[in-house]
Write a protein that binds this ligand. Structure first.
Ligand SMILES: [Zn+2]
Length: 319
């Protein structure tokens, strides 16, 4: 579920996505593997997608998604191509895209933006329980014991419990369910090229305020395919945007993606389509911003804005 909040004071828009982690876990895993260009393939696990490049020396894979999917994908790649995965390139640190990389650790080198390391590290010991966890702390001891956990904390308790001691500290609850995300071996700051078997994949940092602060767009250069996750949706309205996000830096991040050399845009969710759908997505954000600004100027409240703005011209996009 996605809720759009209009922050009247800051004249900015933030979009909060309320994850239904339980429903993801309960879905029957659907595995899809399809060729989308000469050497690039797309693989899907339920609503999550990744992309990979086949070379004579092995595979360069984007997000591993999770351990079950990665195991299935490793088998599929071995059977189809008889080559190992040599690189795993992370779009960003979020557990629902970045988990399960350990499956490929016997043959692969892992690459991500340098801010991934900070995101995967445990915050300092004195970190208080985050807002959503405070109410669960029935005994008021500053920890969420397994019996107190509800929602995502309950369904992913072991992925939160960094030290496996059966209770979540403020630091663990703040860090998130990241225990199955393997750290990158190599990090970069602005741009990085990964080459294998005579082919190149570019990773480009999209700026500090695009969904997370460690977001990369991944471009398979020879096949002119771009892979982008969560802060750009292909043929669908914005989703999976967490927390407060300045809209202008979000747009700047999309423009960085638009400046890359690719003809086909593959989303971490949803469709793949011609690259101009990235531009259409930016225009959606800009139109939404402008309508909100006009409403604010006319003195409308948050509720009135949410009631009034429908973006009908995008009704044929996936909801
Ligand atoms: Zn994400």
């Amino acid at each position: 579920m996605t809720r759009i909040n209009f922050n009247l004071k800051l004249c900015s828009i933030s979009i909060l996505t309320i994850f239904s982690l339980n429903s993801w876990a309960q879905e029957q895993a659907e595995f899809i593997f399809e060729q989308i260009s000469e050497n690039v393939y797309r693989a899907a696990n339920n609503s999550h997608r990744t992309a990979l490049l086949l070379t004579e020396e092995g595979v360069i894979l984007a997000d591993p998604i999770n351990a079950g999917f990665a195991t299935r994908l490793k088998q599929e790649i071995a059977e189809r191509f008889g080559v190992p995965v040599r690189f795993v390139l992370y779009s960003h640190h979020h557990w629902d895209h970045a988990s399960g990389g350990a499956v490929f650790a016997d043959t692969a080198t892992f690459v991500g933006h340098e801010n991934m390391l900070t995101q995967l590290a445990l915050p300092s010991a004195g970190t208080p329980l985050p807002r959503g966890a405070v109410d669960l702390d029935a005994d008021g001891n500053g920890q969420i014991e397994r019996a107190e956990a509800e929602g995502a904390y309950a369904s992913n308790f072991d992925l939160y419990d960094y030290d496996s001691n059966g209770s979540l500290s403020g630091a663990e609850a703040t860090r998130g369910p990241l225990n199955e995300v393997r750290k990158p071996d190599i990090t970069y700051a602005e741009k990085m090229s990964v080459t294998l078997g005579g082919k190149t994949v570019e990773m480009v940092f999209t700026g500090v305020h695009t969904h997370t602060d460690d977001m990369s767009v991944i471009v398979f250069s020879e096949d002119r395919v771009g892979f982008m996750v969560d802060f750009i949706s292909i043929q669908r309205p914005p989703r999976f945007i967490q927390g407060d996000q300045p809209i202008e830096t979000w747009i700047e991040g999309i423009e960085i993606v638009e400046a890359q050399a690719f003809d086909t845009a593959v989303g971490g969710h949803g469709n793949y389509a011609e690259a101009n759908f990235v531009t259409l997505f930016r225009e959606y954000i800009e139109k939404l911003r402008d309508q909100v600004a006009a409403g604010i100027a006319a003195g409308q409240s948050n509720e009135q804005l949410q009631e009034a703005i429908h973006m009908e011209e995008y009704a044929d996009w996936i909801s």
